[in-house]
Write a protein that binds this ligand. Structure first.
Ligand code: ADP
Length: 484
């Protein structure tokens, strides 16, 4: 436990107090690499959530009106607290989630960077004075915090997904009721501990663990919660959008993806392979921006497959807490079974295993990084999100053909392309129906730019100046009768 420096919290933060579930019930949290139980967290439900909402609502009355300099100061302290505890937080993240330590350290640093970004960006949340049609009026547009925010986060980035929501919310002056995923609650609870330590008043940040349906239901039903921000599956996102109707909440949704990664004949092969590795295997393929479909042009297909296979075969699979490991376990057995089912489906439809293809010798939920070639549009992974270390490679001939194939999905989160043709890069920007496009890079998310999908990948943005908009409401005030 000492590795975690006291950041492993087994209680929930409601109204400034650390508490258990009313029922006393708990949920066990285990390390996916070892199966070891790390500890228990409260199994909270509707009544605890309502108390958290009440606390957030009471706290908003004051926090929503605090001085900008006060909120900016707290955010800088929070940033520093995160970085001071980076190592302990990274170990905690790897222990509950499985990703290699170097990725976990990066995730903590990115989360801290969001906090600093919004400390800076809130200072520029300018309003407007709009020219009025007549001389006796002045038209003001001003921005205000939306109110109590419900934040529901997934297990794949248990720390940075909360950062993307907490940072702009706290910058804007909102108060928050957050629910981390049950598989990975400790990273979220640690945010609560650090927020408390740096001086956020009671009720500003509340963190609950337990039943998704009950906690989510209470958040969605509450008229006091004015905005919900969710990262997770498209299926759950759609449910939340439906549930938001009754109270007309603002919603932002970061949902599933089905990212294409296009390698044109004129690509820099070394760069394309390097980008492919990170865009496919980061977090063992368990990110919403991970490549789902590789499209490789006929002239470079064989060379790309060979080089990508060599790099894939060299990946070191093991417990993410050990030095040198590049691929940890998958989150649970369901994830393993899904990858297996997708491979079986592809093989039945003409796919070839180029690399890997089965559970890893480490046992548990470890899976061999896998490449399937001769992929075609009838295979399930052409339309379904893989969320695992399985690379499917399709061959294509022309730019028009590949753009049509890339867009033939109901998702629209991230797309990647490798080409040295500048004109083509602009065509891709215009023609790919995606919210994020990486030209000659497989890793493009950054605090300075808006992250978010189109189509069924979601709505709203996280990061960039746009990421604040979701936590603000604008008011138009007309000052009339000012004379000519
Ligand atoms: P994934 O498991 O792929 O991350 P989910 O959409 O299942 O995606 O889960 C994301 C988050 O949403 C988790 O915190 C989960 O507990 C929560 N969740 C799941 N179902 C519901 C629901 N019906 N209402 C509210 N939250 C939910």
């Amino acid at each position: 436990m000492s590795t975690f420096s006291g950041l492993l919290q087994e209680a929930n933060l409601i109204g400034g107090t650390w508490v258990g579930a009313d029922s006393g019930k708990t949920l066990a949290v285990s390390n996916p690499a070892t199966g070891e139980v790390l500890g228990q967290v409260p199994n909270c439900g509707q009544s605890e959530t309502q108390r958290a909402i009440d606390a957030a609502s009471a706290a908003f009355a004051e926090f929503g009106r605090t001085a900008l300099s006060y909120r900016v100061g707290l955010l800088h302290k929070l940033h520093d607290a995160l970085m001071d505890n980076q190592e302990a937080l990274a170990h905690l993240l790897t222990a509950e989630q499985g990703k290699p330590l170097f990725e976990a350290r990066g995730e903590i640093a990115i989360g801290a960077a969001y906090v600093r970004w919004y400390a800076e960006e809130i200072r520029r949340a300018k309003g407007e004075i709009v020219p009025a049609a007549s001389n006796d009026r002045r038209l003001l547009v001003t921005h205000h915090p939306v109110g109590v925010v419900g934040a529901i986060t997934p297990w794949n980035f248990p720390s940075s997904m909360l950062a993307r929501k907490l940072a702009p919310a706290l910058a804007a002056g909102c108060t928050v009721v957050a629910k981390p995923a049950s598989a990975t609650p400790y990273s979220g609870l640690a945010w609560g501990k650090l927020c408390q330590e740096v001086g956020y008043p009671a009720g500003v940040v509340n963190i609950l663990t337990g039943s998704a349906r009950e906690i989510g239901g209470a958040i969605m039903d509450s008229a006091e919660v004015r905005k919900v921000t969710f990262t997770g599956s498209t299926e759950v996102g759609k449910t939340l959008i439906r549930q938001s109707a009754d109270t007309v909440k603002k919603v932002s949704m970061e949902l599933g993806g089905n990212a294409p990664f296009i390698v044109f004949d004129d690509a820099d092969l070394d760069a394309a392979v390097e980008g492919a590795m990170v865009a496919k295997y980061r977090n063992m393929g368990q990110t919403c921006v991970c490549t789902n479909r590789f499209y490789v042009q006929a002239g470079i297909y064989d060379a790309f497959v060979e080089r990508f296979s060599q790099a894939t075969a060299a990946l070191v699979v093991g417990n993410g807490a050990e030095d040198g490991v590049q691929q940890g376990p998958l989150i649970d057995m369901g994830a393993v079974e899904k990858v297996e089912a997708l491979i079986a489906d592809a093989l039945a439809k003409g796919g070839q295993v180029q690399q890997g293809g089965k559970r890893h010798g480490n046992g548990g939920t470890f899976f061999e990084p896998t490449i399937i070639t001769d992929a075609n549009a009838s295979m399930r992974f052409a339309t379904e999100e893989i969320f695992g270390p399985l690379a499917a490679i399709f061959k294509f001939e022309s730019e028009d053909e590949v753009i049509a194939a890339a867009n033939a999905t109901r998702f629209g989160l991230a797309a990647y392309a490798y080409t040295r043709d500048l004109a083509r890069s602009f065509h891709l920007n215009e023609r790919l129906d995606y919210g994020l496009i990486g030209i000659n890079s497989g890793l493009i998310a950054t605090v300075e730019a808006p992250f978010g999908g189109v189509k069924e990948s979601g709505m709203g943005k996280e990061g960039g100046s746009q990421g604040l908009d979701d936590y603000l409401v604008s008011k138009y005030t007309c000052l009339a009768g000012l004379g000519a």
